[in-house]
Design a protein around this ligand. Sequence first.
Ligand code: PLP
Length: 380
Amino acid sequence: PVYLDYAATTPVSQEVLQAMLPYFTDQFGNSGSNQHLFGWEAADAVEESRNSIASFFHVKPSSILFTSGATESNNLAILGLLEHQTPGHIISSVLEHKAVLEPLAHLASKGWEITYLKPNLDGEITLEHFIASVKENTRLVSLLWVNNEIGTITDVPAIAQWCSNHSIICHSDATQALGKMAIQHLYLPDLLSFSGHKIFGPKGIGGLYVKPGIGLQARQWGGSQERNLRAGTLAVPLIVGLAKAIQQIPLLLQYLPELEAKKKDLANELKAKLGNSIVINSDSQNQVASILNVSIKGVDWEKLFRSMPLLAMSNGSACNSKSTFPSHVLKALGRPDDMALASLRISLAHPYLQENHEWVKQYLVQHLHQLIHERLDTNF
Ligand code: PLP
């Protein structure tokens, strides 16, 4: 099968794997063992990784925390900041990933008021829209930088700058932005979550940037790792892998024009061959190059996926793939339930450039055509 689900996860690159390998075997020390060489080597590897990630983001090394992934980073950012404070108001959006929506739901159950911004018809959250929802007691803004289902970009730097001028803390889940746009050169929010496995790094590792002066409280207790904010033996090989993956991001960005051309070609082909039977859900100007999301009218979603076993695609977010609920993101764009369910998210990355694109196009069009015609035949 051809893999078209790079927004769900990516393989570990050779460079990342090679960088990690010694830390699984020869250099296996615990970075917390400060009495011997094995521990020192591991601690050095962790701190070099932290320095490298910090210099990528142009921030201080002490502001980078290692976590098990973006889910944990989001939980630490949101709950670590607010869980023990007197409830106030939070602004977020209906476009967020569950890894933000669920910690927010937890705060809502403790009395926090949460405004979920809705996107415009292009799937975008605008600065004006955000400013209009700010209240006297707004304490946190948490907005996804790039949406994982439709790829729309939120102007997080502008919102973060506004928040900074108005003493409101701003968090962004940048899991899908990293490696898909050059966020490292932009103004960063106070808290930024990211993950290794979306950028050709390993699964089970992520990071949280915490701007100096932002006070977080730990959510797990034990050893004093990560400035007492995240107890537990550090995953040295994974940390080394994350740093290596982040170092490779400038290379990933070089492929974006080619990926965008492929994505546009696929979208144009689908529009040309399937006409009104499909709707492109990722049609905004403010979009990453690599995510194409389409809904197919009147087609059963299970049939849709069963009909194309040679293409590995997803509908909406992989984390929801065991449930048959329509995507909350597509519903926010106004798609009815059946169209939100019968959607395909095709997400590309540079290994796709080695695949036979013409074959993928034909396979997709042919199978969708067939499904649409079966539907028309049963309707008449
Ligand atoms: N946030 C976004 C936007 C995502 O796309 C994902 C991945 O599914 C996550 C968070 C969860 O990341 P992790 O798998 O590192 O916990």
